[in-house]
Design a protein around this ligand. Sequence first.
Ligand code: KG4
Ligand code: ZN
Length: 338
Amino acid sequence: MNILAVESSCDETAVAIVQDGRKVLTDCIASQVDLHRIYGGVVPEIASRKHIEAIYGLADEALKNADLTRRDIDAVAVTYAPGLIGAVLVGVNFAKAAALAMNKPLVPVHHIRGHIAANYLAYPELKPPFLCLVVSGGHTMLVDVKDYTSVEILGGTLDDAAGESFDKVARVLGMPYPGGAALDKAATLGDERKYDLPRAKAGQNPYDMSFSGLKTAALNLIHHAEQIGEELDVNSLCAAFSAAVSDTLVPRTMAALQQTGYKKLAVAGGVAANSRIRADITRAAEKLGAEVYMPPLSLCGDNAAMIGAQGYYEYLAGNLADMSLNAYATKSILGESI
Ligand code: KG4
Ligand code: ZN
C-alpha cells in the first residue's frame, strides 16, 4: 500500500511516499529554516505562505522521484495536529484536495505519533509494545506505546520542552536558529564540570520533568558573566547544559522502562539527534538489558516519511477522516475522536 504523506506543522514542508508503513520510496523536504533564522525563530505567517508555495511542487517531485503516478497512490496521510495552526492548515487542505481528486482515503496523523513511527522506518523489526522517550521542539514526554494506535502518557515536562530550552539557551549564546544542533556540537568540545547547573525535581509523578529552572539558571549564568565582564567558556556551558538535560531525561526513562517491564526503548523527535542524550540513553538501557531504537538523524527532525509510516497503521485501525477534517494547534496524542 502506497501512502502519500504530507507534513507542514512547523517550518519544513514535506511530502513522502511510504510503502506498507515501513519502506520510504521518496522523502522530499523543503526547509524554511534559513528564512526564519533571520528572525531568530519561526514566523508563523511566513511559514504558512512558504508551505503554500512549496507543497504542490513537492508532491509532483515525490511522484517523479518514486517513479509513480497518482494512480499508484492508495491513501493520503497528513499531519492534522499539533503545530502552527496556519501551517498545519496548508498541509490539511492540500491533503484533502489530493484525496478528493484521487478518490482515495484521507488519514489524519498526530505529529508526535509520527515522530514515534520514524522508528518503524529505521527498524523494520520494531513492533509495539515499547517505551518511547519523545523529545521534540515542543514536546517532551514518556509514552507507553501499547500498540501502533494506542498509547499512554506516563509523564512529561510540566513547563518547557527540552528542545525549546536548548533553542533558548543557544539563542542567547548567539547561535543561529534552531540552536539545538549547534549547542550539541559545541558541547562535545567543552568540560561539563566547569559550570554547575540544576537538575529539577518535578511534582509527585516520578516521570514528570521540568526544564524551565534549568533554562533560567543557564541564562542567568550567561547574563551574569556579561555583566561582570567575565569571558564565558561557551563550549563548557553547552556541555554542562546538555548534561543537565540528559540527567533529567535518562533516569526517568530508565525508571519507566523498569516499571513497564519493557525491554524495548525508542527515542523520537528532533532532540533525539542530541549526541549526549543518545550516548547516555544507550549506556543506561544497556545496563537494564534493553534494546534501544533511535532514528538516524535524518528521521529525527520533521519529515513526511514518519507521517506515512504512522498513517499506514492509522489506516489499518480505521482511523480515517472525511472532507470536514480540521487542523488543530494543540491536540492530545491519545487519539480521541477527531
Ligand atoms: O521534532 P522537531 O523537528 O520539531 C518539533 O516537532 O518540535 O524538533 C526540533 C527541535 C529543535 O528544538 C532543535 O533545536 C532540536 O530539535 N534539535 C536538537 C538537536 N538537533 C535538533 N536539540 C539538541 N541537540 C541536537 N543535536
Ligand atoms: Zn516535530
